[in-house]
Design a protein. Sequence first.
Lengths: 181, 212
Amino acid sequence: MRGREDEWTGLMRSAMAGDDAAYHRLLRAVTPVLRAAARRGLARAGQPPDQAEDIVQEILLAVHLKRHTWDSEAPFAPWLFAIARNKLIDALRRRGRRVFVNIDDFAETLPGEAPQETASAGEVATHLNTLPQRQRDVLQSIAVESASIKDTAAKFSMSEGAVRVALHRGLAALTAKLRDH
Amino acid sequence: MDTDQLIRSLAADNAHRVPRVGAVLTMALLVAAPLSILIFATFLGVRPDVMSAMRNPFFDMKFAVTLSLAIPAIIISLHLSRPEALMRGWGWLLLLPVGLLAVAIGSEAMMAPAMPMTMRMMGKNSRVCLFAIPAMSLPLLAGALFGLRHGAPSRPALAGALAGLVSAGLAATLYASHCTDDSPLFVATWYTIATALVTAIGAVVGSKVLRY
């Protein structure tokens, strides 16, 4: 457990220093842990586990948009689990349950969980359709078609800077819609 | 959109950088402060006998009390803007103004004051105090909440209450230079009521706007 969390902290430090690949690896590494915790939280609240992926995506968006509140001198895992816990509580509350979420839900992963599993979720996809055209196009291109910023810029005859702005605004707008819906 | 796709888009946005919460909070307070100062200059102003008042330690004590509220409140609110932060170990900072007031009240009592206790406590400006501190707080409160929105507090109502303490502490510092009631008993009564009001507003608004 220690080793894994030290690895996360190292990856996050690299990510904050500008290493996009480290950031990508970190997000993929934490996702199975978040997913398992979301399922456990849903199960404890008597909710079907199929909503776990919505919660995972909401946590990932919050982690992304609030990563400047992480202190690079501090370990990453407590920060991550605090955000995850807040988001899980919010999500369960929106679904009409007040539940106590145990922080330990996040500290342990069940053995045998497939680390590379990915799943689609409904909420982000729904809100994606309500974004302004340009943001939606850019997000689709980068996320779904896995085009680079450069290729996306060429495809839509935009500058790379404009693509970056549209990408960030799109992600921020998705987060706001998830929070307020 | 599946989660791997979302992660890809987040990684592509990694280069996007935003300033730290402390920088945003500082900017927001600096933008809000002129509005509070405008309210102060328009309706209140510095008391005319300020030069002689400065020789009275109880006049100076008011600023020590209000700043010992505002500055720790800023420090704690920045601490709480981190999601994993706990109040534990930090709350005692908020006892600083309380301790200062207790010492001041004790000293005044030992100095055989000219006026009876109830008169010192009631003062002449209690009503102005109750309006002026909250009114001057509101721009600063909006600024503090705007700044803290940039953070990720796990307890939005608590963070909002701290924003209330920040703004009330700063507004009370302005007000202290206007008010001719220098007795620590007056400060302990009316400044506290005004501060509690602003803190409650901060907590209520914060519980809505500081969710992330």
